[in-house]
Design a protein around this ligand. Structure first.
Ligand code: M6R
Length: 611
């Protein structure tokens, strides 16, 4: 999704803006641009379709100099990726420049109104209306114009604004799209996400919806939608910039796959009960846990797949009905939810628009809400509140393809299932203790699972030209297959689908023929025989089967598949956490073999802040 940055200070803004945009490039983009207020208080705009290198080349050929500026990486929503549609956008005379992340839903009505007022539009974007609207409303104070504009804008936005009539001021505003503000030693910064600010300051503030901020050399002032000053505590970022950089790995995705043992440890350690049976981190009393009638886990993409594993785990251990649902469906389907039901939003970024909207809908209907979230201070975390947010401590995840966040989301789901099971009396203490001991051993086993990388590299080298890959499994292994298929398709662009192994014969088996590749996941002993029968049906059609298989089951699987990728043994509910590692590495190695842009797959964005 789009990324915005802004700078005000005494240094030349362009390199600082470009550095910030580079740090946000993981969000996905197809064009980029900056606007800088320079000599004579004139705004200079430079923008270019494609990679940031194109913008850098343009700036090298025709520099933009000045100490106040805004920058943007655009992920096209309204209008094709092009130089013209790239941000910043300006009013007709070029005296006001705007960058925007989000979608203005009433842009057509505003466009008609502003055109009638004399505005001339040059782009197809919804954003351009904001520049013209600000010009229309400007009466000598951009703060006032912004407040009036915000009252007229419908939709989501994080905005950065500069204006030649106030050359020493940088403005920003937000509604439903993330925006972080930082200030240090006479320099102010704005950005869509923390990594863009970290080399300048660790103390940041998060704007709330419909707030605006005014930054000048003296500091930052924040106002609510009525123009009343609002106070914000500074949030201190305690993770390091290094953790947001590649650290010697070829790609962020590979680095993040390798960080999983540590992420597992960090997420589990603070939640390991000091006193057996006491789960201090769970924001539910034993009585409340017993009274629960249903849980809805709602999320998108990979986070949804973690939610599906959560469904299996909670139903199994806490004997409570759980629905796992895609947020974009949930929010519009008139869900039945109310008191004595728990709604859990799962989101790495904490900014996913559909998940946020589903959360708000559940709150509106009176459900108790919780979140499993990786980004401290994100919108979802703030809307749920400190107590209800179960943070995963995966650290910053930069690659678009989620790996370590998924790992910790699933771990969090299993911990939740254990805690609920014990509190509800459906999981005996001894069994809970055994599972907790197994969870403690998981990081070491994850290290072992990472050793499959050379095997997968070799395999991918031979398989990378496949056009289709099917992933199959039963039970938890089916849930895992869904994640494996998503991972492969998003980074390698190979058509991949997941099927419950028992469902193959109801249609998908028609697609199987010699040359097709089927990746089976086998971690559930109770389903082993059934899965093997399904795989025989596959091999009988000439397709090749590769199995990611728990060590203790290898012997029984041998002979039924072409190749086995073993993973260490673990409890049935934890084995998927190990099996996902070779599946992630498989997707990664296939993408590398095919020469794909692994960390920034085409058309995708890290944080999907629009509907
Ligand atoms: O930040 P979130 O966890 O809410 O993001 C949800 C999905 O957009 C995300 O998991 C997406 O599917 C990833 N690209 C998958 O790797």
């Amino acid at each position: 999704m789009c990324g915005i940055v802004g700078y005000i200070g005494k240094r030349n803004a362009a390199p600082i803006l470009m550095d910030g945009l580079e740090k946000l490039s993981y969000r996905g983009y197809d064009s980029a641009g900056i606007a800088v207020i320079g000599a004579g208080d004139r705004i200079t705009v430079r923008k270019a379709k494609g990679r940031l290198e194109n913008l850098a080349a343009l700036l090298a050929a025709s520099p933009a100099e000045g100490c106040v500026g805004i920058g943007h990486t655009r992920w096209a929503t309204h209008g094709e990726p092009s130089d013209l549609n790239a941000h910043p956008h300006t009013d007709v005379k070029g005296g006001i420049a705007v960058v925007h992340n989000g979608i203005i839903e009433n842009h057509e009505a505003l466009r008609r109104f502003l055109t009638a007022e004399g505005a001339v539009f040059v782009s197809q974007t919804d954003t351009e209306v904001i520049a013209h609207l600000l010009k229309h409303l400007y009466r000598g104070d951009m703060k006032e114009a912004l407040l009036r504009a915000i009252a007229m804008l419908e939709g989501s936005y994080a905005l950065g604004v500069v204006c030649d009539a106030e050359p020493g001021v940088l403005y920003c505003a937000r509604n439903d799209s993330p925006l972080v503000v930082g200030f240090r030693d006479g320099e102010g910064f704005i950005a869509s996400d923390i990594p863009a600010l970290l080399s300048h300051t660790r103390d940041v503030l998060f704007l709330e919806d419909k707030e605006i901020a005014r930054l000048d050399l003296g500091g930052v002032s924040v106002y609510d939608a009525y123009g009343t000053p609002s106070h914000h505590e500074l949030f201190h970022v305690d993770w390091d910039i290094d953790s947001a950089e590649k650290g010697g790995y070829a790609h962020y995705m590979l680095k993040e796959i390798h960080e999983q043992p540590e992420a597992l440890q960090k997420t589990f350690a603070p939640r390991r009960p000091q006193t057996p049976g006491v789960y201090e981190w769970l924001p539910l009393s034993p009585e409340e846990a017993r009274r629960l009638r249903k849980i809805s886990i709602v999320a998108c993409g990979t986070a949804y797949h973690a939610g599906v594993i959560g469904k299996y785990a909670i139903e199994r251990l806490a004997r409570l009905p759980v629905e796992a649902e895609i947020a974009s469906e949930y929010r519009y389907r008139d869900p039945i939810i109310g008191e004595e039901e728990l709604f859990i939003a799962v989101s790495q970024s904490g900014e996913t628009a559909d998940t946020l909207a589903a959360l708000r809908e559940a709150k509106r209907r009176g459900a108790r809400v919780m979140a499993v979230c990786n980004v401290v201070g994100s919108t979802i975390a703030r809307e749920v509140g400190e107590v209800g947010t179960l943070y995963t401590y995966a650290g910053p995840e930069i690659a678009v393809a989620s790996t370590k966040a998924y790992m910790t989301q699933v771990e969090m789901m299993v911990m939740l299932a254990i805690a609920l099971g014990e509190l509800r009396g459906t999981l005996p203490r001894q069994e809970a203790d055994r599972m907790l001991r197994e969870l403690a051993q998981l990081p070491a086993k994850a290290h072992q699972a990472l050793e499959s990388e050379p095997l997968l590299q070799r395999f991918a080298a031979g398989a990378s030209q496949k056009k289709h890959v099917f992933f199959v499994g039963r039970g938890l292994d089916y849930a895992l297959s869904m994640e494996a298929a998503l991972k492969l398709k998003e980074v390698s662009y190979i058509f991949s689908e997941a099927y419950a192994a028992g469902e193959l014969k109801h249609g998908p088996i028609a697609l199987l023929q010699p040359g097709r590749l089927v990746v089976a996941t086998i971690t559930q002993p109770a389903l082993l025989e059934k899965t093997i029968s399904n795989l025989r049906e596959v091999t009988a059609r000439g397709a090749t089967v590769v199995a990611v298989c728990r060590e203790s089951l290898v012997e029984k699987v041998e002979g039924s598949v072409e190749q086995i990728i073993p993973i260490p043994d673990a409890d049935d509910l934890l084995a998927p956490l190990l099996a996902v590692i070779p599946l992630q590495l498989f997707a990664y190695c296939m993408a590398v073999s095919r020469g794909c842009d692994v960390d920034k797959p085409r058309n995708l964005a890290k944080s999907v802040t629009v509907e």
